[in-house]
Structure formats: structure tokens, C-alpha cells
Ligand binder design. Structure first.
Ligand code: SAH
Ligand code: SF4
Ligand code: F3S
Length: 446
């Protein structure tokens, strides 16, 4: 039996990208080793940690609003410890202690090993801060605790940081230098997840295509790593994100085509369809290069889904630039997209060099046009799937109806079908009969 009586309860709230969710599992693991247990009930927690995101201003505002609520909670329970972790901690550092007086602890993405010591410092009545970035930390030896997991899908962080310095982006400043994790520990983690019943892993990095490790003088790059993870078990699905278009190689596409358990879904953020804007964004590819990579994907993997990220209204974007983005979307025929209004981030290249000169009105309208275009493309993509049979990995009972199960196909599309005796983690063949822009509906076939 696990002794829980003397343990303190920690509630971890995560904002932002999958990397942050993966980090929260590392944070959880470090704390579980140091007399904490995790709780889902914020009000009963002794320690509340917010793992934050700085990617856009509204991501930070959400955290600021939440801090107001926590302030009220702390007024009623003075022993409550509040910590702010992640990218916002790294961006704002000690300044946050002045601005948000009820925060006790500030820790950046590379400082989580110091959490137990910092918490002791807080207990002795001091505030504690660690926002040092590291060139080596990968938390390779820490086995993450799977927080809020469905027992089917898990994230594996394979690298940290980013040095691409896209002009709009805060990540190189909040996450520091790019570094890759020892492949041995990645494969061990995948194998252990499979043994625990997990059936899908997503390998995470800001730019997985630049994964780089040396083993006895021999370089190991991303295609080789992906292959090794795929070999863990044919029943373990493997996904990865994110691929930077500048170095998506044919070698990688060959590996994906060779292993049926590597999913046919590539997230290839385009950001803009205009060469002028791509150059200003410092993305280091052109529209033509990007389309060449898309053609390579379609040639190697004809049924591969392609998804993307798009920013509307970057500095100096004209109507013609915006039209280039819409035409790009149509030519590629994206299956899915994350779409954002440009949000200037302090101290980035764009903030220093360019003026944030597209009006709020134009940004909103352009974003609406991009969203409408994607709705149309997603529906068209899903309609093409009607009549096809997919292997679906069951994730659970549909949230909308308990008579339906849901899961995903290799292309990462959500598929809903009538409930049967199948459990999460089972593979089921489903014939698609109907769709919406967001979901495929079907029936099980043998
Ligand atoms: N490493 C990934 C992206 C990580 S951030 C890549 O290079 O593609 C996720 C997405 O947030 C980005 O792709 C971009 O579309 C968006 N984003 C980043 N900074 C932004 C900003 N300042 N304003 C609006 N969107 C931004
Ligand atoms: Fe940001 Fe560019 Fe790095 Fe992605 S590749 S995290 S957009 S700097
Ligand atoms: Fe992720 Fe947000 Fe940081 S997107 S890397 S948590 S700024």
C-alpha cells in the first residue's frame, strides 16, 4: 500500500503546447519522489503549480486571470504554495514576483530538478526562483508520471529548445538551446509504455527533423530514431511533431512508408504562403520549397494527412500576401490547421525590427477567411474518406454519446462508431459512412 497520509497534495495545471504537457509529467515525477501526491482537486491542494505558455499574448492573459482566482484561494488558506513554471516563468523571471505578489515560486523549463530544494526554501519563508537555462538538460533519466492519461496515448519528449529564431517566436528565448535526448532512453521509454498497455506514442520536439545524437562516433538522426521506435512493437503506433519544412527529408518519408505503425500524418507548419512574409519571418524556406516537400509527401505517402499552423497579419502583410496564404492552403488541401492572429512578443526579432502594422480589424478578418477556408478543406478531406475502411485505435467512449466509441485513424482523424465490447487500446476496422468537418462516422467491419 502506498503511504499517502503524510504526503502533500500537488495540483498541476498545464497551458500551451504538448511539450509543456510532457514537462508537467516530468515535474509530477520529480515531486512524487519527494513526498507529494498529485490531486485533481485544486481546492484541496497544498501546492498549485501552473505550467505556463508565452506563445501569444492571450496565452499569458489566461494565466494572469487564473492567478487572480488563486489569489482568492490563498487568502482563505495561507499555507497554500503557488508556483509558476514554464515559458512565462522563463520570459518574465523575478519580475513576476513583483507583479503577482502571491506567487511563491518561479521555475523555468530547465530548472525542474531543483523543485524539491526550492520548495524547501519556500517552506522556510522565502520566495524561490530558478530560471537558468541549460545547454544539456533533457530529463532523459526521469520516467514521467502519466497525468490525466487515457492509458492509450503518451508523449515522449525527444529534444528540447529551439535555435531557429523565427522572427515572431518567443520559444528560443524561453526554451533555450536545441539539444537532443539519448536515443536509448527514448526507446526504453517507448518499450515500457507499450508494456504498460499504451498503444500510441508521439515523439515531441520543436523541430524533430533536426534531432541529432552521436553514438560511438556514429551519427543518429531522426529517421533512424523513428525507425528504432517503430521497431519496439508493430502494435505501437508512432507519431511525431513538429516537422520544420526546411529539413523534412526524403529519408524520413521512406522510413514512414516502410513501417505500417508509423502514422500517415505530418504536421508541417507553413505560417504564410507569401515568400516576402516567409523571408521576414525567418522561416528559411520559400513557397516553392514548401510545395516541393508537399509533393514529396504525396509521392511517398499518397494517403498521408498534412496539417499546418498559420499566422494571420504578420508585420507588413498585404492583401496579396494574405491571398497567397489562402491559395497555398487550397493547393496543399490541408486536412487540419491551427490558425492564429499574429501577436507581437516582446524582445523577439519581429518586435525589434518590424512594426506590428496590420490593423486588428484586418487581422481578424484575415483569420476568419483562413478559418473558413480550412473548414471547407477539412470537410472536403473528410468527404473523400466516405466509403473507405480505416484501422482505428480506440481511445474511449464518445463524450457526446455513451452509445458510441471514438478513436483515431493513422491520419489522426477522429472516428466515431457504435459502441461494442472493444476497450481503449483495441484496434478496430471501421467503414466510414458519414462525416462532419471535424469527425468521421462509421461502422465496424471484420
Ligand atoms: N516549432 C513549431 C511551432 C511551435 S509554436 C514550428 O516551428 O512550427 C506553435 C505555433 O504558434 C507556430 O507554428 C505559430 O503558428 C504560432 N505562433 C508562434 N508565435 C506566434 C506569435 N507571436 N503570434 C501568433 N502565432 C504564433
Ligand atoms: Fe518558434 Fe520557429 Fe522554433 Fe518553431 S521553429 S519553435 S516557430 S522559433
Ligand atoms: Fe510551448 Fe508555449 Fe512554451 S507553445 S514551448 S509552452 S511558449
Amino acid at each position: 500500500m502506498i503511504e499517502t497520509e503524510n504526503k502533500k497534495k500537488v495540483f498541476i495545471e498545464t497551458y500551451g503546447c504538448q511539450m509543456n504537457f510532457s514537462d508537467s509529467e516530468i515535474i509530477g515525477s520529480i515531486l512524487m519522489e519527494h513526498n507529494y501526491i498529485s490531486t485533481d482537486d485544486m481546492k484541496s491542494a497544498d501546492l498549485i503549480l501552473m505550467n505556463t505558455c508565452s506563445i501569444r499574448d492571450n496565452a499569458e492573459q489566461r494565466v494572469r486571470n487564473r492567478l487572480q482566482e488563486l489569489h482568492a484561494l490563498k487568502k482563505r488558506k495561507s499555507s497554500l504554495v503557488i508556483g509558476l513554471l514554464g515559458c512565462m516563468a522563463e520570459r518574465l523571471k523575478e519580475k513576476l514576483l513583483e507583479e503577482e505578489k502571491h506567487i511563491d515560486l518561479i521555475v523555468g523549463p530547465d530548472g525542474y530538478r531543483s523543485l524539491p530544494a526550492l520548495l524547501e526554501q519556500v517552506e522556510s519563508g522565502q520566495k524561490a526562483v530558478n530560471t537558468l537555462l541549460s545547454a544539456e538538460e533533457t530529463y532523459a533519466d526521469i520516467t514521467p508520471v502519466r497525468l490525466g492519461s487515457n492509458g492509450v496515448n503518451a508523449f515522449i519528449s525527444i529534444m528540447r529548445g529551439c535555435e531557429n529564431f523565427c522572427a515572431y517566436c518567443v520559444v528560443p528565448y524561453t526554451r533555450g538551446k536545441e539539444r537532443s535526448r539519448n536515443p536509448k532512453t527514448i526507446i526504453e521509454e517507448a518499450a515500457s509504455l507499450f508494456d504498460q498497455g499504451y498503444r500510441e506514442v508521439t515523439l515531441l520536439g520543436q523541430n524533430v527533423n533536426s534531432y541529432q545524437w552521436e553514438d560511438n562516433g556514429l551519427p543518429i538522426e531522426f529517421p533512424a530514431l523513428l525507425e528504432d521506435v517503430a521497431k519496439v512493437n508493430p502494435l505501437l503506433r508512432v507519431r511525431f511533431a513538429t516537422s520544420h519544412p526546411k529539413d523534412l527529408s526524403d529519408d524520413l518519408l521512406d522510413v514512414i512508408a516502410t513501417y505500417p505503425n508509423i502514422c500517415h500524418a505530418i504536421h508541417l507548419p507553413v505560417q504564410s504562403g507569401s515568400n516576402e512574409i516567409l523571408k521576414k519571418m525567418n522561416r528559411s524556406y520559400t513557397r516553392e520549397w514548401y510545395l516541393d516537400r508537399v509533393a514529396a509527401i504525396k509521392k511517398h505517402l499518397p494517403d498521408c494527412a498534412i496539417s499546418t499552423d498559420i499566422i494571420a497579419g504578420f508585420c507588413s502583410e498585404t492583401e496579396d500576401d494574405h491571398k497567397d496564404t489562402l491559395s497555398m492552403m487550397e493547393i496543399v488541401g490541408y486536412d487540419y490547421a491551427f490558425m492564429f492572429k499574429y501577436s507581437e512578443r516582446p524582445n523577439t526579432i519581429a518586435a525589434k525590427k518590424y512594426s506590428d502594422d496590420v490593423s486588428e480589424e484586418d487581422k481578424s478578418r484575415r483569420l476568419d477567411e483562413i478559418i473558413s477556408m480550412q473548414q471547407k478543406l477539412s470537410l472536403a478531406s473528410n468527404k473523400k474518406d466516405i466509403g473507405k475502411v480505416f484501422e482505428v485505435l480506440v481511445e474511449g467512449v464518445s463524450k457526446r454519446s455513451d452509445t458510441q466509441l471514438y478513436g483515431r485513424n493513422s491520419q489522426n482523424k477522429v472516428v466515431v462508431f457504435p459502441r461494442s465490447s472493444h476497450k481503449p487500446g483495441d484496434y478496430v476496422r471501421v467503414l466510414v459512412e458519414d462525416c462532419t468537418p471535424a469527425t468521421l462516422r462509421g461502422v465496424e467491419v471484420k
